[in-house]
Design a protein around this ligand. Structure first.
Ligand code: UD1
Length: 354
């Protein structure tokens, strides 16, 4: 049997690494295809280095573009790869454009697809990722869900129960494996207490008045709690275009961080303020308070069981929740079941029987 994996954007790499390793341990032949959706050293190569993922066998080098352009380029270049490589099955991860593009190609070529991180829904179709999730799940043959809400969503959409496998969270597999290496990555100038911030969703960074008010609030917060903010390239571009870099003098703006370095900061953060999906999960596992600057989440378990609080796009909520945390009123959380470091073994066992 030969399995082909498709990755493309930063959050894919930490999901694919443990699945690749688990299949390698079962002597399954594998091919790794990178779409090239993310291409900067900081957004891609450094993750391969740190996570021990082999260099991609094939890089489609699609780069940036509108959603239609990027998706279309991946579809057209990946089709040739599937025809040439003839994999028995293709594994796709998460909800990025590379995921849906690869899944559609396989569906048309009748190559079965396994979707890792299936079933998550924000029920917000203005999010490009929600469209990607819906489409990918519809054409997949194995749907590996990280939490029971995923199973419920798929059942409501009419997905046959025998396709759905509750396996747990592969992102946490990587976290569990890498955690011991983070102690050596704590910067010597890290303050005892600090807020760690990431923002990159269009809903936060494409709305310039809103982005400006968030930055103003973050600089106010930094008077009491230093703010460290590794900036995604999309956000950096918006800040520059809108002339907002000056606004953020009090905030420590930095380049995107490698996996281990960012995880190290999460382990020590007083609070994390983010719009990322994966960071909601990582903070829940670590028991670190997380304020999610979104109206909804496709990972509700991080809020019902974990340490996540959806503050929406409301500045006063951000301010109040930071104050709560500073006063020691931290939301207590628990770790969802099957977030135990072995999700990828469960996936590999199922795929090895395919
Ligand atoms: C993508 C995913 C998003 C994920 C995020 C993590 C989709 C629809 N979105 O969003 O779900 O949370 O990755 O980062 O797939 N850029 C660079 N260098 C790079 C990559 C991007 O400078 O290596 C810049 C380009 O200006 C590009 C912009 O970032 O236009 C956005 O990149 P893109 O891949 O379109 O989406 P992300 O915002 O990264």
């Amino acid at each position: 049997m030969r399995i082909l994996h498709v990755v493309g954007a930063r959050p894919n790499f930490m999901k694919a690494a443990p699945v690749y390793a688990a299949l390698a341990a079962r002597n399954i032949r594998q091919t790794l295809v990178h779409s090239g959706q993310h291409y900067d050293f900081n957004m891609s190569d450094v993750f391969f280095e740190q996570l021990g993922l082999p260099a991609p066998d094939i890089n489609l080098q699609v780069g940036s573009g509108s959603h239609a352009q990027q998706t279309a380029q991946i579809i057209s270049r990946f089709e040739a790869v599937v025809i040439e490589q003839k994999p028995d099955l293709v594994v796709v991860y998460g909800d990025v454009n590379s995921t849906v593009a690869a899944a559609l190609v396989c569906a048309k070529l009748l190559v079965p697809v396994a979707h890792v991180e299936a079933g998550l829904r924000s029920f917000d179709r203005t999010m490009p990722e929600e469209i990607n999730r819906l489409m990918t799940d519809q054409v997949s043959s194995w749907l590996f869900t990280p939490s029971p809400d995923g199973n419920e969503n798929l059942a409501h959409e009419g997905v046959a129960p025998e396709k759905i496998h509750l396996v747990g969270n592969v992102m946490i597999d990587t976290l569990v494996k890498m955690l011991p290496q983070t102690a050596a990555r704590i910067p010597s100038d890290l303050p005892g207490r600090f807020a760690l911030v990431t923002l990159h969703r269009p809903s936060n960074v494409d709305d310039i008045p809103w982005l400006s008010s968030m930055l103003e609030e973050l600089s106010k917060i930094s008077a009491e709690l230093p703010v460290w903010f590794p900036v995604h390239p999309r956000t950096r571009e918006r800040l520059q275009k809108a002339g907002l870099n000056g606004h953020a003098q009090a905030v420590r703006l930095m380049d995107p961080l490698p996996y281990l370095d960012f995880l190290a900061l999460q382990t020590r953060a007083t609070a994390v303020i983010t719009d990322s999906g994966g960071i909601q999960e990582e903070t829940t596992y670590l028991g670190i308070p997380c304020l999610t600057v979104r109206e909804n989440t496709e990972r509700p378990i991080t809020a019902t069981i974990g340490t996540n609080i959806l503050v929406g796009r409301r500045i006063e909520r951000v301010r109040d929740e930071v104050q709560n945390i500073l006063q020691g009123n931290r939301k207590k959380g628990a770790i969802p079941s099957l977030w135990d470091g072995h999700a990828s073994d469960r996936i590999a066992d199922i795929l090895a029987r395919a």
